[in-house]
Design a protein around this ligand. Sequence first.
Ligand SMILES: Nc1ncnc2c1ncn2[C@@H]1O[C@H](COP(=O)(O)OP(=O)(O)OP(=O)(O)O)[C@@H](O)[C@H]1O
Length: 546
Amino acid sequence: MTGGVTRAGRWRPFILPVLLGVAATLAGVALAGASGRLIARAALRPEVFLSLTLLVTLVRALGVGRAGLRYAERLTGHAAALKAGEAQRAALFDRVARFGRDLLARERSGDLLSRSGADLDARQFAALRVTLPLLGFAGATLLAGGWLLSLDAGLGLSVLGPLLLAAALPGLARTWAAALAREEAHLAREHGAALLDALSASADGAARLWGPRLAHLSAGLRRVTQAQGRLQTGLTLGREALFALSFTLVLTRGLTLVESGALGGAWLAAVVLLAAASFDALTPLALVPGAHAAAQAARERDDELAAVQPAVTEPRDPASVPDGPLPLALEGVRVTRGGRDPLRDVTLHLPAGARVAVTGPSGAGKSTLLGLISRDLDPTAGRVTLGGTDLRALALADLRARLSLHEQDAPLLDGTVEENLRLGGPHAPPERLRELLDDLGLEDLTLDTWVGEGGTRLSGGQRARVSLARALLKPADVLLLDEPTAHLDPDTEARVLRVIHRECAGRSLLLVTHRPAPLALADQVYRLQDGHLHPLPAASTHRKVI
Ligand SMILES: Nc1ncnc2c1ncn2[C@@H]1O[C@H](COP(=O)(O)OP(=O)(O)OP(=O)(O)O)[C@@H](O)[C@H]1O
């Protein structure tokens, strides 16, 4: 999914941390063996302590080296994971941005949010949570098993038998662990989405209706977490029982070998500690099936998302748009939405610099008309053109640079008023922003007012005017205004219309509205009804407003 980054390329940054982690595990196993040997020899013959200098140095080197290797593995591993995550996040953002609101209409936003966070986490740490423990365990088994087998087959089997059985335990429970991980992810998604729904509907008490649903989902999550806990406890108990068995077998066999003289007494401590250390390498294996299942599920969901086609696509070889104001036209346009045709055969010409208004009943398709021009959607039949070129032949960014859209629900970004305005006019001087707000009747709103998520800390009328100011600030040739005076009292509406009239100078305007007053801005008014545009008499009766 990372746009051109190959599978091998994604793994390369993890090679060093995985090697470091494996080396740290091996150093741990070797340290246990070497220190056992050292302690035993020093205890048996203290007078030869000086001759043990090499062993002492080895033990110290392994002790310090293991900590250093583990530290370096964590450092490089997390850096690699975060870097991989960065690329995955950017790719996800690109994809989501291509879908725009399409995706939000298709997926629930809480679902998308919790899912993308968990999926990115599962994928970016897969190498450290799956590959590293497996390789570390394989290395420890080869080292400890190989040495013990070379000493005595019975000793080797006493460790390898229980060790491999203990390693297989999480694998045996894999299906159960994967089912629990899937159920947990599903419940967490449902819970996240229901919580967001409940919060956004909390004002009218509708949230209380979600109470039982949230409680049910919480109970489900608790049940799954408890089942996961029981599974982990079972696996730990099984591992400890196999360790106890191995320890007993190694000790029994080792003592027999010492008694028969086949093994030096000083080696027994090394053998026992080495066997114990190889079981330590098992601990991280318990999480491997869950991490593997999560990474696999994340990949499947990513493929699913990749297979969904956005409503509008970029042309392969975009046409260029000439500079300067250009005419816009809808030619015989039909739109099918939700099984209905809100627009059936719509033809509309907006010459450069013209001002056109469209009115009509609710649900007639007025916003859909603007959506066609900003390419939120494409027509089912007919075409929309800018300067004679079909919009589908233009790069989306080129098209949208020429348009400025104020939407009916006036969505604002979570930030300050100034940050929102700067999306429209990044280089506008602060005085220009201030003046525009004052002219729109927003004298009380400071530029550093924080608007909250979606602008929810502002009143509906304030939010609409900040969004309108943002649209007016954008240096675009075509203004598309959807209900620019919604939520406003008549006096403020008149003020706002005067500002629009002033700011429209030299640009084209297409506005859609239910209200009569904004029609005064237009040279030509249409009524959209039953999928067709019907011209109305000029709106000169409303001129007095502006
Ligand atoms: N994202 C969507 N998916 C499917 N159908 C949609 C979508 N958005 C709008 N519609 C449908 O398209 C039709 C036209 O909606 P539109 O919002 O364009 O009407 P409108 O004239 O702007 O209404 P209003 O005046 O109430 O804002 C409606 O039947 C609506 O249900």
